[in-house]
Design a protein around this ligand. Structure first.
Ligand SMILES: *[C@@H]1O[C@H](CO)[C@@H](O)[C@H](O)[C@H]1NC(C)=O
Ligand SMILES: *[C@@H]1O[C@H](CO)[C@@H](O)[C@H](O)[C@H]1NC(C)=O
Ligand SMILES: *[C@@H]1O[C@H](CO)[C@@H](O)[C@H](O)[C@H]1NC(C)=O
Ligand SMILES: *[C@@H]1O[C@H](CO)[C@@H](O)[C@H](O)[C@H]1NC(C)=O
Ligand SMILES: *[C@@H]1O[C@H](CO)[C@@H](O)[C@H](O)[C@H]1NC(C)=O
Ligand SMILES: *[C@@H]1O[C@H](CO)[C@@H](O)[C@H](O)[C@H]1NC(C)=O
Ligand SMILES: *[C@@H]1O[C@H](CO)[C@@H](O)[C@H](O)[C@H]1NC(C)=O
Ligand SMILES: *[C@@H]1O[C@H](CO)[C@@H](O)[C@H](O)[C@H]1NC(C)=O
Length: 422
């Protein structure tokens, strides 16, 4: 109890004593009379007075401002006593400020002063989903997912230096009956002076309440030019591909890299990346038709984004299939098969010569009996015995079996060779 009381008195003493000490050393006093007001739908004015009890001729200070939204935080430093910012503050914004020494020896940062703008709809409620824009010089299309039960949805936009506080969307894009986008156009979207952000406000009645959503967009970061026009010329068994840069951009800026993709009737798609509008060379086989597409990709110096693939441009024709080639393809296996059959045939004949067939004694015996008496009278026992007995004379008979095989071989080989040659 005593200790806590002591602490309290100490704290009170320090709080009282602080201002008199701060003239010399320690933390600087914070900015005074800080006010934060909404100056428009998208902009805030933060203003303040220099710290009290500070001799500005001996101590020069500056101000640190931290802007925090759900997207993250940004820091700014200011010498003067006001700060303006334009931003989408759907879900509110907090400003944290402090005084910092600029030319003021022995002093440290002041304590923080916080000012807030609460979320627009109290609770953060989304009126539309997936808000996004695509930019082409002179115009921009912004689209969103249709809300479920929202009536009288309206889109307004604004950019810095615009005369009036808000401009209503001039041309809505529809999906069925629902507004799902807006087409914006005008000088403010001319690429040559495109340095600003564009702010959007969408409001509508959802149930019984009116909801507001705000968005901000840097058109340069959402480039989507129309696809470039592709041209193809033939150059010594190569194809040279080139295209005109997307229109509406200063050609001197060299904003674009290109990706070509190509395919012959016999191959898969291949891609080739080319920097700064130089032409691309691809190998060309005249027997096939080639299909080519191109897409422009924005270089960092101009923004972000890319075009869609251009329409396919085809070059050359598929040549009629070469029949001599196909004939060769078909005839080779046929000829080989015939050769194999002939070879097997002759092998059989040759085998008869080299390894004479062992005669079937039964057959011979049968033949013999056929010529003398009735074969049915002979029983199996007798057949076996006679076969052994007559063996020698059968062999003698066998000599007459081959039918001049050598002659046959020569004749057939002659027939066979002309077929092989074509
Ligand atoms: C906000 O600040 C700007 C520039 O300092 C000033 O011109 C403008 O009048 C201020 N707006 C309000 C509503 O105070
Ligand atoms: C501020 O400091 C200067 C230089 O020390 C002094 O001449 C001047 O009187 C001081 N001003 C105030 C208001 O204290
Ligand atoms: C601003 O500060 C309040 C109170 O600390 C906090 O609840 C809120 O989430 C903050 N808002 C943002 C956008 O950071
Ligand atoms: C924007 O919308 C208009 C109208 O539907 C259309 O003609 C145009 O091609 C669109 N532009 C882009 C970049 O999508
Ligand atoms: C639309 O309805 C679906 C399902 O009923 C719901 O999940 C979604 O959050 C609704 N969207 C809006 C924007 O109200
Ligand atoms: C863009 O340039 C046009 C023509 O030079 C001009 O009329 C317009 O005000 C400029 N827009 C912005 C936002 O600077
Ligand atoms: C953009 O503005 C410049 C001058 O500021 C003008 O020469 C040009 O024609 C404009 N381009 C378009 C697409 O409006
Ligand atoms: C939407 O905002 C505009 C501009 O502030 C206002 O005129 C209009 O009444 C609002 N619509 C609804 C439904 O609140």
């Amino acid at each position: 109890m005593d200790l806590r009381l002591c602490g309290f008195f100490l704290a009170t003493y320090c709080g009282v004593a602080f201002p008199s000490v701060s003239d010399e050393t320690g933390a600087l006093p914070p900015p005074s009379h800080v006010s934060l007001i909404l100056s428009s739908h998208f902009c805030v004015n933060l203003s303040w007075s220099p710290p009290e009890n500070l001799n500005s001729s001996t101590c020069d200070v500056r101000y640190l401002i931290i802007e925090t939204t759900t997207q993250g935080s940004k820091q700014y430093r200011r010498m003067q006593a006001h700060f303006n910012s334009c931003l989408s503050m759907n879900s509110g914004v907090n400003y944290t400020m402090r005084t910092q020494p600029n030319m003021c020896p022995h002093r440290t940062d002041s304590e923080d002063v916080v000012r807030s703008i609460p979320p627009r709809n109290g609770v953060i409620e989304k009126l539309v989903e997936g808000f996004q824009c695509v930019y082409t010089p002179g115009s921009m299309n912004c689209t969103w997912q249709p809300p479920n039960q929202t009536r009288d949805l309206q889109l307004y936009y604004w950019y810095e230096n615009m005369a009036q506080p808000l401009e209503h969307c001039g041309l809505y894009l529809y999906t069925g009956d629902l507004k799902t986008g807006c087409h914006l156009h005008g000088d403010f979207l001319n690429f040559t002076n495109l340095t600003h952000e564009v702010f959007f406000l969408i409001n509508g009645t959802h149930g019984s309440s009116t909801l507001w959503n705000t968005f901000q967009m840097v058109p340069r970061d959402h480039m989507k030019p129309s696809p470039p026009k592709l041209r193809i010329t033939e150059l010594e068994s190569m194809l040279e591909l080139y295209c005109d840069p997307p229109s509406g951009f200063d050609p001197k800026l060299q904003c674009w890299d290109y990706t070509y993709r190509y395919k012959s009737s016999k191959s898969a798609w291949e891609e080739k990346n080319i920097c700064r509008g130089e032409s691309a060379l691809i190998p060309y086989d005249q027997r096939f038709q080639y299909r080519v597409q191109v897409k422009a990709i924005c270089r960092e110096i101009c923004g972000k984004g890319a075009s869609d693939w251009s329409q396919e441009v085809s070059y050359g024709q598929d040549q009629a299939p070469d029949w001599s080639y196909h004939m060769a393809l078909i005839s080779i296996p046929v000829v080989v098969t015939i050769c194999v059959i002939l070879f097997l045939f002759f092998l059989k004949k040759l085998r008869v010569l080299i390894l004479p067939q062992i005669p079937d004694p039964m057959k011979l015996f049968k033949d013999l009996i056929n010529s003398t008496e009735d074969p049915t009278a002979v029983d199996s026992h007798l057949r076996e015995n006679t076969a052994i007995l007559w063996g020698k004379s059968f062999e003698k008979q066998n000599v007459y079996v081959p039918e001049m095989p050598e002659l046959c071989v020569d004749v057939m080989v002659l027939e066979f060779e002309p077929i092989l040659e074509p």
